[in-house]
Ligand binder design. Structure first.
Ligand SMILES: Nc1nc2c(ncn2[C@@H]2O[C@H](COP(=O)(O)OP(=O)(O)OP(=O)(O)O)[C@@H](O)[C@H]2O)c(=O)[nH]1
Ligand SMILES: [Mg+2]
Length: 333
């Protein structure tokens, strides 16, 4: 059917994201809504979907419109100051508090983790001494035999990384070589170095040792079905048995709670890195402006803030940036 249609003059397949691009170029969607739509198409978890929808439906666009309204009002007040400078005092106070409120709101958004954190997933590393049941726990958490397990200490050497969804959140779980200083051969020692690097970079460490964890971690008392291990030591956070499933759902909740601190909060508009850079630019311009005593310089600072917001909403943009953005879309979307 497509071949036949293609024989008509002027008839061709739509390009990736072409309909959305038209909507954008005709001013029906702003750039942030388009980015949100792109994230929505790529969303794999409920949390990603909710954040993407908020942006796609104009959550950020509405904020930008409000910020622009305030900045334009300030700019008008500054123009008035310039024209009638002898009666300025009252106006200046109102300006300062208005700009401080904008600064506070932008800073709140900037302080949130970026939405890229939601796409990459929260880094969870399983660590501990050899044979503590790390690989078995990984397999239990992801529901498949992702890593080799055996009674032989030193089984895992490479990092085994598995994307998963825990408690509705995207995570990447990494199983690592058991940490030990003695009896490790050369390959295992390389594995231990990798494990240590992974632990240092992790958002959340699950520590399966009987000794205290070397870093901040969720301390897991593992293999709780084995004789003599059926009681949770007071210093441990959770007791699990990968063999029987005991405690796995409690552990998942603990991981979820820790992961929620790393990703943007549920009820905020999460900025991506591009959006954050422009909001930072706008806020910093406002901050510079507010300390200016010369209304001309303040007026220029407000103009710079507006330009940053224009880049943010895509009123000015680079063609290559659009090509890159729309290449993520499916054909015809
Ligand atoms: N009964 C019982 N055995 C377990 C449990 N978890 C792991 N094991 C056993 O303990 C042994 C070691 O498990 P692994 O998961 O390979 O341990 P590991 O920490 O990954 O070990 P390395 O990769 O060598 O560092 C295996 O024989 C597992 O079957 C558990 O919850 N209950
Ligand atoms: Mg292992």
């Amino acid at each position: 059917m497509l071949d036949t249609l293609g024989e008509f003059e002027g008839c061709r397949l739509a390009e990736a994201g072409e309909f959305t691009r038209r909507a954008f170029e005709n001013g029906r969607l702003d750039l942030t809504a388009v980015e949100g739509l792109g994230d929505l198409l790529a969303a794999q978890t409920e949390t990603q979907r909710r954040h993407a929808i908020r942006i796609a439906e104009g959550g950020l666009a509405a904020k930008i419109a409000e910020w622009r309204r305030h900045i334009l009002a300030c700019a008008a007040a500054v123009e008035a100051l310039l024209d009638f400078s002898d009666e300025g005092d009252v106006e200046e106070v109102a300006l300062a508090s208005r700009i401080a409120a904008l600064d506070a709101e932008m800073s709140r958004l900037i302080a949130q983790p970026s939405s890229e954190r939601l796409q990459a997933g929260v880094e969870v590393v399983i660590a501990g001494p050899p044979n503590s049941g790390k690989s078995t726990l990984l397999n239990a958490l992801v529901g498949r035999e992702a890593a080799i397990t055996s009674p032989h200490a030193g089984t895992t050497r490479d990092l085994v990384q598995v994307p998963a969804v825990i408690d509705g959140l995207p995570v990447r779980i990494t199983d690592s070589a058991g940490l030990r200083t003695q009896d490790a051969d050369e390959v295992e020692r390389i594995g231990i170095e990798r494990a240590e690097r992974a632990i240092a970079l992790a958002d959340i460490v699950l520590w399966l040792g009987d000794e205290p964890p070397p870093t901040k971690a969720i301390w897991v008392h593992s293999r709780a079905d084995l004789p003599g291990r059926g009681l949770q030591p007071p210093e441990c956070d959770v007791m699990v048995s990968a063999a029987t499933g005991l405690g796995l759902s409690t552990l998942a909740k603990r991981i979820g709670a820790a992961a929620r601190l790393v990703v943007p909060a549920e009820d905020v508009v999460a900025l991506n890195d591009r959006q954050r850079a422009e909001v930072v630019g706008a806020r910093d311009a406002l901050r510079l402006g507010i300390v200016e005593t010369d209304p001309l310089l303040l007026s220029e600072a407000l103009r710079q803030a507006l330009l940053a917001l224009d880049r943010l909403r895509g009123a000015s943009y680079a063609e290559e940036m659009l090509d890159q953005l729309f290449s993520r879309f499916c054909i015809g979307k």
